[in-house]
Design a protein around this ligand. Structure first.
Ligand SMILES: Nc1ncnc2c1ncn2[C@@H]1O[C@H](COP(=O)(O)OP(=O)(O)OP(=O)(O)O)[C@@H](O)[C@H]1O
Length: 492
């Protein structure tokens, strides 16, 4: 403590006592701030007033010349606006939703916890538990290197009865005003929208008469539970991811922000499960369109217009929904089944059990034109999925490039697909029966639905795999018999 001044009070006996007391206190100060406080107090008592003033002036000069000047701040006030309509989906709600993910309950003394119920555009309700700051609470968020401070406030109600009006204050250095308004606020809106979509309960809508009827969609299929070719699975996931990120891209190239998938393969190979997995992955609602309940093209258009954004339109078994046989195939078909090639009365659709073309009021071209035209401009983030067991029966119009962006084949159960099912149903990665099952799978054609059914026969993995093996052996015998019969009849 040799730096202590030896002048004025310090040189008197009382001064020496004060110095001693401060020396002891300084030696035991536990923190830098305690140390600074003591040093300031000591300086005030021991230094002459003129010297204190000179030191203060010098410190202020150095601060203003070289030190960090207090930066100018801006504050944006975001009020809760009640009164229904779209306003309730506004910035205040978005900010609350977003901030709920930023609040650290460990660092706040008081927090609000609320169970909220929100009406979606499609009429469904979403419930969520929301953590928010109490009046006066604040938290800091960092975005693109800029620090934003959020404070929750409440001003008292005028009538003394009503609850005070809540608002949020967003403050930041004035130089970042542009970033705050044009980047941070839009970012919060879209982040809140993402969170809302993630939390909403999914629905599946079925067409009934002229409208859609929605029920909760709890299909458990996910890409993890789906047994399919691993590279195809990855390709579908990557395609969906790309689609989601490309809003600006689609706008720039002048194309509607929609994507079409054609899923084809034998019955029971997981086409419907893939649709459900896509819906769960994207958190999109499903619209399952039954075309047999649609009277004509204008009815179809009304239904399509009533669909919400961020949704998947599914038309299953598209080959059965229209007379979708390609025109070339139809000519072949006429030549095969009729003696008279010019027989205009012949209608192969009628021969296959649905109304003749001239009586049908809803057409594939009506659907495709509408999907490519008006529908694509009045909605965003739409996925269209057609499924079929017979791709070769589809009209070329449906297969032409640009119409269905991705064709996904769902095939018979491969070894990889089986392993996914075994993992899902019995949590096994390996088993003594696996080698034989693998060999059998390479010899016979079974669908994942058939394998799933066998695996469900018992909760005991040994029993279930044994049952599956017997089933595969039986299928191999049948396959061999068919081959032998064919060979026999050719030889005969
Ligand atoms: N690839 C798969 N992965 C996981 N489970 C599957 C798969 N394929 C079928 N399953 C099981 O079989 C059931 C029926 O399959 P799904 O309805 O998805 O087949 P599909 O190909 O749509 O059949 P269809 O052509 O008859 O409509 C599913 O609920 C599921 O339990």
């Amino acid at each position: 403590m040799d730096f202590l001044p030896k002048t004025s009070m310090a040189s008197s006996p009382e001064g020496a006592a004060v110095v001693d007391a401060y020396k002891k206190a300084l030696a035991t100060a536990a923190s830098v701030s305690a140390y600074a406080m003591l040093a300031r107090g000591m300086a005030r008592e021991l230094l002459p007033d003129e010297l204190c003033a000179a030191v203060r002036w010098g410190a202020a000069f150095v601060r203003s010349r070289f030190g960090a000047r207090q930066k100018e701040r801006r504050t944006i006030v975001i009020r809760r606006v009640l009164g229904g309509g779209y306003i309730e989906d506004g910035l205040f709600d978005a900010a609350l939703t977003y901030l709920a993910t930023k609040i650290n309950p460990q660092t706040m003394n008081r927090l609000c916890l609320a169970r909220t119920r929100k009406r979606e555009h499609d009429g469904s309700d979403t419930c969520s538990t929301l953590l928010s700051m109490e009046n006066g609470g604040s938290t800091t968020d960092s975005f693109q290197g800029v620090e934003f401070r959020w404070t929750s406030m409440e001003s008292g109600g005028n009538d003394g009865n009503s609850r005070g009006k809540e608002f949020l204050e967003l403050s930041f250095d004035a130089e970042h005003t542009e970033t705050a308004i044009h980047k941070y606020v839009p970012f919060i809106m879209s982040a809140a929208e993402e969170l809302r979509l993630r939390d909403r309960s999914l629905k599946i809508f079925l067409n009934q008469g002229s409208s859609w009827k929605g029920i909760n969609h709890h299909h458990p299929a996910t890409f993890d539970t789906l047994a399919m070719d691993p590279s195809m699975k990855q390709a579908v996931i990557a395609d969906l991811d790309r689609f989601l990120k490309r809003k600006e891209y689609y706008r720039r190239i002048g194309k509607a922000w929609k994507r079409g998938y054609l899923l084809y393969g034998p019955p029971g190979t997981g086409k419907s499960s893939l649709v459900a997995a896509m819906a769960n992955y994207l958190r999109f609602n499903l619209y399952d369109l039954d075309l047999s309940g649609v009277y004509d093209n204008s009815h179809l258009q009304r239904l399509l217009i009533d669909m919400s954004n961020k949704s998947i339109l599914v038309i299953e078994d598209i080959d059965c929904s229209f007379d979708t046989m390609s025109r070339e195939d139809r000519k072949v078909s006429r030549a095969t089944y009729t003696d008279d090639e010019d027989d205009d009365e012949y209608d192969d659709a009628g021969a296959r059990g649905y109304p003749p073309e001239r009586e049908r009021k809803i057409t594939l071209s009506g659907l495709l034109n509408f999907i490519d035209g008006l529908w694509s401009t009045c909605g965003e983030e739409r996925v269209i999925v057609f499924t079929t067991n017979y791709k070769d029966r589809l009209d070329r119009a449906l297969l032409r490039p640009g119409r269905m962006d991705m064709h996904v084949y769902m095939g018979h159960c491969s070894w990889e697909a089986f392993r996914t099912l075994a993992r899902n149903y019995h949590l096994v990665e390996d088993h003594v029966l696996f080698p034989e099952i693998r060999e059998l799978l390479s010899m016979v054609e079974v669908t994942p639905a058939e394998v799933s059914e066998m695996l469900l026969r018992s909760e005991d993995v040994n029993v279930a795999l044994q049952v599956l093996m017997e089933f595969l052996r039986g299928r191999r015998c049948k396959t061999n018999e068919v081959v032998n019969d064919k060979n026999g009849s050719i030889a005969g």
